[in-house]
Design a protein around this ligand. Structure first.
Ligand code: SF4
Ligand code: SF4
Ligand code: SF4
Length: 207
């Protein structure tokens, strides 16, 4: 197979679904799409490690050997995030950053990470203003556990993107309505002034 004969879905199916963006793209599927379009190299996924690199290389029929040594050094271990809840100020910034919606909590209340859903991507760490999120390395999973986790993360990433795009289009409609209502009220104001001028002119003529 060559890159032209495979689909982004085929590549996405073998990516780890950490959704960390370390490849330089906004998640695993965007990286898969860039690979298919020949806009990305095969060695950009540190969570996939050497095993992932070899699998991608096999799928696209490219030689992984120039990248193996670097990937051995740069492989990202499996990990999870944990919020030190007593320090959390409930700002919700981590929720907004999590690519798989694995954090729960309301504004101004303590937040918690759902361990089974966390991919260890670290994207919640930089936005936390009080630095109360820690990362822990976890034991290697069996291939079956890895697959189940990847499937769950893929679904959660997709669901989040759908939610965000709905929220964006609702926001666009809302701001359009707001603009319309303010331009309507502007039109009303102009009409009112025009009428007032006419009334004043008529009054002047009749007196
Ligand atoms: S796991 Fe991270 S680096 Fe690998 S493809 Fe997905 S988003 Fe990119
Ligand atoms: S909780 Fe943090 S580390 Fe875990 S998936 Fe969400 S953003 Fe990534
Ligand atoms: S970003 Fe930090 S302080 Fe804010 S809700 Fe998340 S864990 Fe709590």
């Amino acid at each position: 197979m060559t890159r032209q004969t495979i689909t982004a879905e085929q590549i996405d199916a073998i990516l780890p679904q950490t959704q960390c963006g370390l490849c330089g793209f906004g998640g695993c599927m965007p990286y898969a799409e860039a690979l298919v379009q020949e806009n990305a190299a095969i060695n950009l996924c540190p969570p996939g490690g050497v095993k992932g690199l070899r699998t991608i290389a096999q799928l696209v029929a490219e030689d992984p050997s120039p990248f193996i040594a670097d990937m051995e050094k740069n492989t990202k271990p499996k990990q999870l995030a944990l919020i030190r809840e007593e320090e959390c100020i409930g700002c919700t910034k981590c929720i907004q950053a999590c690519p798989v919606d694995a954090i729960v909590g309301a504004a101004k209340s303590m937040h918690t990470i759902i361990t089974a859903e966390c991919t260890g991507c670290e994207l919640c760490i930089p936005p936390c203003p009080v630095d109360c999120i820690s990362i822990f390395a976890i034991a290697e999973e069996t291939p079956e556990q890895e697959k189940q986790k990847a499937n769950l993360s893929r679904e959660r990433f997709r669901a989040r993107n759908i939610r965000l795009s709905k929220e964006n289009s609702n926001q666009t409609i809302h701001s359009r309505e707001k603009n319309n209502s303010s331009s309507e009220s502007l039109t009303d104001k102009k009409a009112f002034i025009q009428e007032a001028i006419l009334r004043a002119q008529l009054k002047k003529k009749s007196s």
